[in-house]
Design a protein around this ligand. Sequence first.
Ligand SMILES: *[C@@H]1O[C@H](CO)[C@@H](O)[C@H](O)[C@H]1NC(C)=O
Ligand SMILES: *[C@@H]1O[C@H](CO)[C@@H](O)[C@H](O)[C@H]1NC(C)=O
Ligand SMILES: *[C@@H]1O[C@H](CO)[C@@H](O)[C@H](O)[C@H]1NC(C)=O
Ligand SMILES: *[C@@H]1O[C@H](CO)[C@@H](O)[C@H](O)[C@H]1NC(C)=O
Ligand SMILES: *[C@@H]1O[C@H](CO)[C@@H](O)[C@H](O)[C@H]1NC(C)=O
Length: 375
Amino acid sequence: MCRSLSRSLSLLLSLMLLDDLFNLHRSSIALQVIGGNATVVLGETAILPCKLTDTTELLTQISWQRMTRGKPVNDNFFTVTSSGSTYVNGNDRRFKFIGNFDAHNGSLQLSDVTLLDEGSYSCIFTLFPSGNHRTAIPLNVLVAPITSVKNYHPLMGNEEDLLATCTAAGSRPPAEVKWTYSTLSEKVKAITNSTQHADGTTTTVSSLFGVPTRDINQQPVLCVVTSSALSKAETLLLTLQVHFSPTEVNISEISKDSFECSTEANPNASFTWSRPGQSWPQSAVRVDGAKLQFLSITSVLNGLYKCEASNLYGRKYGQLYVYVTSGTCTACWVLFSLLLLLIPIGVGAWWYFKKHPRTFSRPSGEGQQEETENL
Ligand SMILES: *[C@@H]1O[C@H](CO)[C@@H](O)[C@H](O)[C@H]1NC(C)=O
Ligand SMILES: *[C@@H]1O[C@H](CO)[C@@H](O)[C@H](O)[C@H]1NC(C)=O
Ligand SMILES: *[C@@H]1O[C@H](CO)[C@@H](O)[C@H](O)[C@H]1NC(C)=O
Ligand SMILES: *[C@@H]1O[C@H](CO)[C@@H](O)[C@H](O)[C@H]1NC(C)=O
Ligand SMILES: *[C@@H]1O[C@H](CO)[C@@H](O)[C@H](O)[C@H]1NC(C)=O
């Protein structure tokens, strides 16, 4: 008797449990609030989707709440009834009801999205008689980075130095910043750093290091920035710059009466022609940057001309010796002796001598030495 009572009790309990399970199952099929996950790029328009399905109950109101970066405390901000929609707690007119009350569609649109809008939005359907049914819709705001590259143009040397940086500023989520330098892979390396800002964005800087030598000067490198906030990767081209003072100065003949001074330097050298110890033959000579042109061939021109190439790191000289043969014969013309004598500091002297192909007489313009000077 005692045993049969306990058996019927446990049967009853199992039946109640089954019934509960059945009810639970049935109600989860019967009524659903379907939301979604909204992702939008800063400044654009987001859709917050929300839909109530499978109910025959009376819908009395759709309301929206938010908990965002800008409104960290749960904030009621919008309601919709059969007679229309209203703003609550201030009019944030960027929200617009785009659903359909009768169709149980509670979707909202949010335009001009800012970082402060990021957070969780709750869509609540109030039914009679069962009450409130809600779902949460996370809103993620993406921010495209501002990208830039910067050259540090180190001075030529033997020590590793910062060559360039590539920056993806204020990105959300963090951007990936990569250098492409296939031809230089042995000579440079990249180090990437990132900083997170209070507004949730991240700045990523990739620094390119290497020994600043002549062979990496003027080499092109690419910086590639990728981010889910960018529709496609951004590629920035940079030409590496290694700064150095003027190398040897060459003077070449560019036509029968004009000469040009050249050198290698970074930044480009500027050129100055002068006549050491002699007055400048104003009317017979024209100077245009690196070019020296003789306007009339007279003995006034005779003497030494000096071309100085300089940039902010140093200066070097080249020389030209001019001798005009005397006499009336116009064909008996000029003698040129290009004399270039350089003393690179710490290396020793070497010199370069060029013969003029049309020289009629050729006195030797010997032994002019010029000191070079490094700043
Ligand atoms: C929503 O989507 C974003 C971006 O795709 C993802 O990072 C986030 O985890 C998703 N959130 C949820 C709740 O699914
Ligand atoms: C709800 O309305 C929005 C805006 O009109 C629409 O894009 C969406 O497809 C609708 N949702 C459903 C489930 O009908
Ligand atoms: C990267 O960040 C660390 C720590 O903030 C700093 O010490 C380092 O100098 C940075 N490196 C570069 C290449 O900016
Ligand atoms: C100067 O002339 C030498 C010999 O012709 C040449 O090797 C060098 O590249 C020239 N330098 C410049 C700066 O033109
Ligand atoms: C430097 O000189 C080179 C060769 O003459 C020229 O191609 C280049 O444009 C110059 N660069 C600048 C910045 O003036």
